[in-house]
Ligand binder design. Sequence first.
Ligand SMILES: [Zn+2]
Length: 77
Amino acid sequence: MPGRFHLYPFKAGETVHLKKVHPCGGHLWLIERAGSDVALRCLTCGHRIVMPRQKLEKSIQQVIQRDQTEQPRQIRS
Ligand SMILES: [Zn+2]
């Protein structure tokens, strides 16, 4: 059904949880660049992919907002 998916305003720096698991076992991806195509980096293995925004919207299980994924900063040694 065309038009069924609402356009989620992806932003670089957000983390998304995809339905499909990457061969490395990871399912969390960092959005590096958002446009009509979206560049994603696998947070587990570092692999980078680019996919059309519409395809990404169908593949997403959950969008994890940046503030929920931000790790506590490492203490400089
Ligand atoms: Zn991976």
